[in-house]
Design a protein around this ligand. Structure first.
Ligand code: EPU
Length: 423
């Protein structure tokens, strides 16, 4: 249980300029990939978030030397002294991306023994496609419930994913990066962070082609040399800030983002009547009139991202008309809407569909975050609501948003922490 709660006094339009931090889901992939290297690597633009700290603990536990300077957003990882291929469950259950240790250690040693991953509870989240890929590339894999063991010479192979998986695609790329032969991944994920990992691997001397399409070809390298690499800005943080600006009827310029990564969200915001203008590396979002209801169906990139469904559906609770939101990626991603009923939201949930009947007003209430993006959605709900919203378990938000409270305060939001007295 977190030792503090967030208090938000809503109803204030966000106005001004803000910036986007480095991508969470790209950072966790790229940091894991440093284990494959024969020399130290320097990573830049890393966000100072909980998931990065957990990975540092895991890498250090493996014997890597990690020098992290959060103010400079820079990390140097020297993997030369990594002396074990085991990562215990007590570490892996702290985050989802700990599953990248499987691909990275298999790629480096041809052997991995890794506890089951933890992470946000948003559905069943099996890893069968990751294991299928490791087998195709050369490993013998045993899934023992609490831990996964994998061993074998990485020789490369063909993988046809039964469904599109971001984690499975990235893990297969890690396992294949030093394989003796070639690997082809079919039905691969096309997310920007898959492309970012490919660029990082290529900068170390690997040959990855086709990232960003559904077919990725990897020619393994015998040795990988050190690299200095800057991770891309966070697409989901950008989207969350865009939604926060629109939801509060504000006017915000978000700097340091990649507007082309945001097209599915931008299209929906325009459909709602929000004004969105793209610049080279910035987006301005402002609301000039009331919001129309829209329908959303989450899909793999370049479709509407599941990670923005929660903040977006929070905003739709106050749009004019009925919105239908269909969540196709995870089974359990509407918990924030159930919490928001206490704030006056009118929502019906039927399996993976939410029907949201827009209301003119939300009011502050105590609510509890159940996962990272649910936390972000509740912050947006609090910013929109009249009165004071109390958010319990806000620690989830720290897993993935760097300095989010400071960023929102700089735009005029009234958001603060208060210690819990009764714990
Ligand atoms: N799936 C399988 N078998 C597998 C792998 C996935 O059935 O072997 C299913 C999942 O259960 C899910 C779907 O396939 O229904 C897609 O899962 P995917 O593997 O793409 O998701 P992930 O790798 O577990 C990453 C992000 C998530 C993001 C999803 C989808 C990281 C560390 N996590 O998860 O991010 O929602 O891709 O884009 O990169 C978040 O940032 O809040 C977050 C949850």
């Amino acid at each position: 249980m977190d030792s503090y709660k967030l208090l938000i006094t809503g109803g204030i339009p966000l106005v001004g300029e803000t910036y986007v931090s480095g991508g969470k889901n790209t950072s966790v992939a790229v940091i894991s990939a440093t284990l494959l290297c024969d020399e130290p690597c320097v990573l830049e633009n890393l966000p100072d978030i909980e998931d990065v700290h957990v990975l540092i603990d895991i890498l250090t536990g493996l014997g890597a030397k990690v020098d992290y300077q959060p103010e400079a957003k820079r990390m140097t990882v020297d993997p030369r002294n990594v002396n074990t291929f085991r990562v215990p469950y007590r570490q892996t259950q702290r985050m989802r991306a700990s599953y990248y240790m499987l691909g990275a250690l298999l790629g480096r040693f041809g052997q991995a023994e890794v506890g089951y991953p933890g992470g946000c509870s948003i559905g069943a989240r099996p890893v069968d496609q990751h294991l299928k890929a490791f087998r195709a590339i050369g490993a013998e894999v045993k899934d023992r419930g609490a831990k996964i063991t994998a061993k074998g010479k990485m020789v490369g192979g063909s993988v046809v994913f039964d469904r599109i998986t971001v984690g499975g695609t990235i893990n297969a790329m890690l396992a294949a990066a030093r394989a003796e032969g070639n690997t082809t991944l079919y039905n691969a994920a096309r997310e920007p962070h898959v492309v970012d990992l490919a660029n990082f691997l290529n900068s170390m001397g690997c040959r990855v082609k086709g990232a960003g399409t559904d077919t990725i070809r990897i020619t393994g390298a015998k040795k990988l040399h050190g690299s200095v690499y800057t991770v891309i800005p966070d697409q989901i943080e950008t989207g969350t800030l865009m939604i926060a600006a629109a939801a509060t009827r504000g006017d915000v310029v978000i700097r340091g983002c990649i507007p082309t990564h945001m097209e599915s969200l931008t299209a929906k915001l325009l459909e709602m009547g929000v004004a969105v203008s793209d610049m080279d590396d910035a987006i301005r979002v402002r609301t000039v009139r009331g919001h129309r209801a829209v329908n959303i169906k989450t899909q793999e990139y370049p479709g509407f991202p599941t990670d923005l469904q929660q903040p977006m559906s929070a905003m739709l609770t106050r749009a004019s008309g009925d919105s239908v939101v269909i969540e196709t990626i995870f089974e359990s991603r509407f918990k924030h809407l159930m919490e928001m009923r206490r704030m006056g939201a009118q929502v019906q949930i039927l399996d993976q569909t939410a029907i949201i009947q827009g209301v003119p007003e939300l009011y502050g209430a105590p609510v509890t975050a159940t996962d990272l993006r649910a936390g972000a959605a509740l912050v947006i709900a609090g910013l929109m609501a009249n009165g004071v919203t109390e958010i319990y378990e806000p620690g989830y938000i720290e897993r993935g948003y760097e300095h989010i409270e400071e960023k929102l305060r700089a735009l005029g939001a009234d958001i603060r922490r208060e210690p819990l007295e009764d714990i």
